[in-house]
Design a protein around this ligand. Structure first.
Ligand SMILES: *Cc1c(COP(=O)(O)O)cnc(C)c1O
Length: 434
């Protein structure tokens, strides 16, 4: 019986009949199915059912859910960067309650204290992302005044985060310093002398995934700190300390060129800004650390209210800071687990998967940090390679598996797959072989 396609009189199906038909195979809200039915009938009355089914299928696939990251990109922007477990409860929290006095408190105070301690700074606040952190710093400290930025650091990072535009939005004027490839301390000095008191801030930006190589020179924070104006440093990725004291082993070599919060503060940065969901391994947010008076100026600025994160983010940042301080990061933080797992562990997992799935071969791969962190660096890894392009089929798996294809071969990198998910990978590979 075909209830909904073109009826015996040759008329297209009714929207309502088609929506009801769709509800048999899609558990989506009725209003949405009506919308798909209407569109399908308008676009292709003769194949309305088929088209409406596809619209509903595509929508179901697009719903946010867990996926398995087999790409080997540890911080994959399309996959939400750092994987992090968010605690949820439907109870109230003491987000803005001062527990000692019972009066209104600050959502920033306790988490800020932990983050400041972690980075060796006086003070810290959390905002919605690092773009917001940079916007707020410039707005709070340089509104209607000038911000000096090296020409080599006046960059665009990822999706439309452009330093000149962010500065403009903050109500500050950008002053270009030096040249694209070389900017020295004396270039900053010249700019400050020329403009007298107009320069409120020197902004140093980590160019992240953009690199100029060869005849290049930038001015280190240590030197910038000798200038007469405060230096704010956007380090981007949120590496807390380049000696990685939370690891049992030494800091991994792939992090050797990455700027870190603690060292930037030690070198004299007045403020440091970074993302929460890159090398910090946390939820989407941005952190501003540094001199107490300057952090306070940011916290008091009207924009701070518009950029403040909610309780789930603050709670996740609190537990991450605790994990770093308690040296349990490699046990608690998913990012550090995948960043530090040994290739021999990966090798034995890959062998087990290949044996159980009776398909694919174990191969050596290079993972990358991703999200503009440690650009150019690779991390030795182990994976599974299968002949043919199975990207779509793996993505359509019940728990979607996001793999990588090169030269008509499908690669699954074990470093970014959480060990608990190995069995899901086995099942998916078995189905490919069938
Ligand atoms: C990633 C990055 C940003 C943007 O951070 P979001 O948290 O995505 O807003 C800004 N600056 C630098 C240097 C970055 O690497």
């Amino acid at each position: 019986m075909n209830r909904v396609s073109v009826d015996t009189a040759g008329r297209p199906p009714s929207v309502d009949a088609l929506a009801r038909e769709l509800s048999l195979s899609h558990s989506l809200p009725h209003a949405l199915l009506v919308d798909f039915a209407r569109r399908a009938i308008a676009e292709k009355p003769s194949e309305a059912k088929k088209l409406a089914d596809k619209l509903a299928d595509d929508f179901e696939q697009s719903l946010l859910r867990d996926v398995i990251n087999a790409t080997g990109v540890l911080l994959h922007t399309n996959l939400g960067r750092a994987p992090v477990a968010m605690q949820t409860s439907n109870r109230a929290s003491n987000l803005e309650l001062n527990m000692a006095t019972g009066e209104r408190g600050s959502r920033q105070a306790t988490v800020g204290k932990l983050l400041a301690l972690l980075c060796g700074a006086e003070s810290a606040i959390v905002v919605n992302n690092n773009a917001a952190a940079v916007l707020l710093v410039v707005a709070a400290l340089a509104n209607s005044r000038d911000v000096a930025v090296s020409r080599g650091e006046s960059v665009e990072i990822g999706g439309n985060f452009r330093i000149p535009e962010v500065t403009e939005q903050s109500g500050a004027r950008l002053v270009d310093v030096g040249t694209t490839n070389r900017t020295r301390l004396r270039d900053y000095k010249k700019a400050i002398d020329k403009r007298g008191n107009d320069i409120a801030l020197v902004l140093k930006v980590h160019p992240s995934n953009y690199r100029v190589s060869g005849f290049v020179e930038d001015t280190p924070v240590r030197e910038l700190a000798t200038l007469s104006v405060p230096v704010a440093v956007d380090i981007g990725s949120g590496l807390i300390d380049n000696t990685c004291p939370w690891l049992e082993s030494r800091a991994p070599s792939w992090l050797s060129n990455e700027p870190a919060a603690r060292q930037s503060i030690n070198d004299g940065a007045a403020l440091v800004m970074f993302s929460g969901d890159k090398l910090f391994g946390g939820p989407q947010c941005g952190v501003i650390i540094g001199r107490a008076d300057l952090v306070e100026a940011c916290a008091q600025h009207p924009l701070a209210r518009a950029l403040r994160p909610g309780s789930t983010t603050m709670l996740a940042m609190q537990s991450l800071a605790m994990s770093y301080l308690g040296r349990t990061a490699t046990r608690d933080i998913a990012f550090w687990k995948m960043a530090t797992i040994s290739t021999s562990d990966l090798q034995s997992r890959a062998e087990k998967i290949v044996t159980a799935a009776k398909t694919g071969e174990v191969c050596a791969l290079d993972s990358i940090p991703g999200a503009g962190s440690a650009p150019g660096a690779t991390i030795a890894s182990i994976g599974i390679v299968i002949n043919g392009d199975y990207l779509t089929r793996l993505r359509m798996n019940e728990t979607p598996i996001i793999a990588r294809v090169k030269d008509d071969k499908t690669f699954l990198d074990l470093r970014t797959i959480q060990p608990d998910d190995d069995e899901i990978v086995v099942q998916a590979l078995r189905q490919l072989a069938e």
